[in-house]
Ligand binder design. Structure first.
Ligand code: G6P
Length: 609
């Protein structure tokens, strides 16, 4: 979704701003813009489309200066065109960028119009620029004016503003949309994501809810929502530069798929010792909570929701306690009944998904034993606002379609399940079996990756199709759901997943030779049932692609293409089967020539409802 970069320095900041925007491209956006203070005035260039178009425009008419802000916009209010792109300005002297949604923008717009302000865009953001301009009539500093402005806003915002009459500073405010301040030598930067600033700094502070800050060349002033000064130390990030480098891979998505063996190893590092699970970071308090847990409520969105669905199978099989799983956007708005002694769990790659965060906040007043987040972003809002955190350690994920983060979530959820089990007296032999499967997982995933060329060839069969059906049973049903999501996200082919047992209740009507059916078929207790489903499709002229264990004894035959997958351990089979599914979507998308890493209309981190 939208991205923010700002900089104040002695040197020209235009390249820093554009490079920052490029690094935020992965979040998804549809227009971009930059505003720089130069020679007594603010100059602005905006373009619909990609950052490269903004870059070209800047080459043609360069603007330079030591103070500037920039933005990538993912349209919510108003079409994705140049007029609606940020930065927005008020009376030529305020320029402002904003992530989030201002819910009372209509009301504020009417008030501002009555005061004589003219609106140039259809965005909610423009009201903040005019409100700030108006507030400057009553407040002597930009910071005080911004603080006063925030009191008028309802909704979510991360915002940065500059003022041509006070060019020695920029001001920032955060409520519900992340912002980070980076420190250089005699220069400071702001961004909605630290990845944007890695070429210029590793030292960051994160703004907390309601805070505002003035950022100058020589330092910052940080205030809480009540206007009181706060001290906060900059922390050095250990995130790697090359995390945002594609290396020799054609796309970030492919790189991230291939990183999975090391991501799994990293996620397990220090958490399996002497063949036992030790999730040390959860701490003693967690063990006390786990002892009392009688049910789990897991909330997530998108791919993370599919990870939760797999966990449900594990939790109910091994812990024998109910595990309820729900999409965040549904949970947050309905009346819910909490099972006594339940633990509330969120799963999120970004830790910033608006609906999941809202669900977490709703859950706080509902009598859960506590909240735990399984998250890939250590400095995120979800981590800060949960009682316990289990970090997934997948590293920065740039491709909008989640791959390595999903696998890391599954590994983490399995570790979490065992940790809860141990607190509740899980049999040591069960723990041993799960640990053995986890220890072999990196090499099993590697074997699946070694078949990439074969999957590339197989993908030809899908590239001309308009629909695809995915079938699975048991813990592979959510993997079929995730496979369908991947295919639709990046290849734009309509894909649906069904629990194979539901075939007769509708989807069988769709079967013909034009619609491929992909079956996830490991050799487990449901294999014979699944074979019957395969026959049901084949006998109706369907075209099947069965991803099956070598030992499953399913052969290539008319209407059936079998793709062998080697997975020794039932419990980790969902992670292993995920890999060929990811590769299939990837290669189909490459043939179709779509924007694999930034699929149309989608965003990496959905920070608005
Ligand atoms: C977006 C992303 C998905 C992701 C979902 C949930 O839709 O494109 O890849 O699964 O948000 O995001 P989260 O960061 O909460 O896991």
């Amino acid at each position: 979704m939208c991205g923010i970069v700002g900089a104040i320095a002695q040197r020209d900041v235009s390249d820093i701003l554009v490079e920052g925007l490029k690094r935020l491209e992965y979040r998804g956006y549809d227009s971009a813009g930059v505003a720089i203070y130069h020679d007594g005035r603010i100059e602005r260039i905006r373009r619909a489309g990609k950052v490269s178009e903004l870059k070209d425009a800047l080459k043609e008419s360069p603007i330079s200066g030591g103070l500037g802000i920039a933005h990538t916009r993912w349209a919510t209010h108003g079409e994705p065109n140049e007029k609606n792109a940020h930065p927005h300005m008020s009376e030529d002297n305020i320029a402002l960028v904003h992530n989030g949604i201002i819910e009372n923008h209509d009301e504020l717009r009417d008030e501002l119009k009555a005061k004589g302000y003219r609106f140039e865009s259809d965005t909610d953001t423009e009201v903040i620029a005019h409100c700030l301009h108006e507030a400057l009539k009553e407040h002597d500093t930009l910071l005080k004016a911004l603080l006063a402005t925030t009191k008028k806003l309802k909704g979510a915002y991360g915002t940065v503003a500059i003022d041509a009459s006070q060019p020695d500073k920029m001001v920032v405010a955060r409520s519900g949309s992340p912002l980070v301040i980076g420190k250089g030598i005699g220069e400071f930067f702001v961004a909605s994501d630290q990845l944007a600033l890695l070429p210029v700094t590793r030292d960051f502070i994160y703004l907390e809810e309601g805070e505002v800050a003035e950022v100058r060349r020589d330092g910052i002033t940080l205030l809480n929502a009540d206007g009181e000064a706060i001290e906060r130390e900059f922390e050095t990030s250990d995130i790697q530069h090359d995390a945002v480098d594609k290396g020799n891979y054609r796309h970030f998505m492919l790189k991230e798929i291939f990183e999975q063996p090391s991501v799994v190893a990293e996620t397990l590092e220090g958490r399996i010792v002497d063949h036992q699970v030790y999730v040390e970071t959860l701490g003693d308090n967690a063990a006390k909570v786990f002892e009392q847990v009688n049910a789990l409520q897991i909330i997530a969105c998108g791919t993370s929701y599919h990870a939760a669905l797999v966990a449900k199978y594990w939790v109910e099989q091994y812990l024998k306690i109910p595990c309820l799983v729900e999409i965040a956007s549904e949970y947050r708005y309905r009346e819910t009944a909490v099972i006594p002694n339940s633990l509330f769990i969120t799963i999120s790659q970004s830790g910033e998904t608006a609906d999941t965060l809202a669900a977490l906040n709703k859950a706080k007043g509902e009598g859960y034993l506590g909240s735990l987040t399984v998250c890939n972003s250590p400095a995120s809002s979800m981590v800060r606002e949960s009682d316990f955190t289990l970090l997934t350690r997948a590293g920065a994920e740039i491709g909008v379609a989640s791959t390595k983060a999903f696998t890391a979530q599954l590994v983490s959820l399995l570790l979490l399940m065992v940790s809860i089990g141990k607190a509740k007296g899980m049999d040591k032999a069960v723990e041993h079996d799960i640990v053995e499967a986890l220890e072999h997982l990196p090499s099993e995933i590697q074997k699946a990756l070694d078949q990439a060329d074969d999957i590339d060839r197989l993908s030809q069969a899908f590239s001309e199709k308009h629909h695809t059906l995915f079938l699975g049973r048991g813990q592979q049903y959510p993997i079929a759901m995730e496979a369908a999501l991947k295919l639709k996200e990046i290849s734009y082919i309509h894909a649906e997943a069904y629990a194979a047992g539901e075939l007769k209740h509708g989807p069988l009507a769709l079967i013909d030779k034009e619609m491929p059916t992909v079956v996830v078929a490991p050799n487990d207790n449901l294999l014979e049932k699944l074979k019957s489903n395969v026959e049901e499709v084949r006998s109706r002229g369907g075209n099947l692609f069965v991803f099956a264990d070598k030992s499953a004894n399913i052969q290539d035959s008319k209407g059936i293409t079998v793709f062998p997958v080697d997975s020794q351990y039932a419990i980790t089979a969902p992670m292993v089967y995920t890999v060929p599914m990811q590769l299939l979507s990837y290669y189909v998308a490459v043939i179709k020539g779509t924007d694999v890493d930034q699929p149309r209309n989608l965003a990496k981190s959905v920070t608005v409802e």
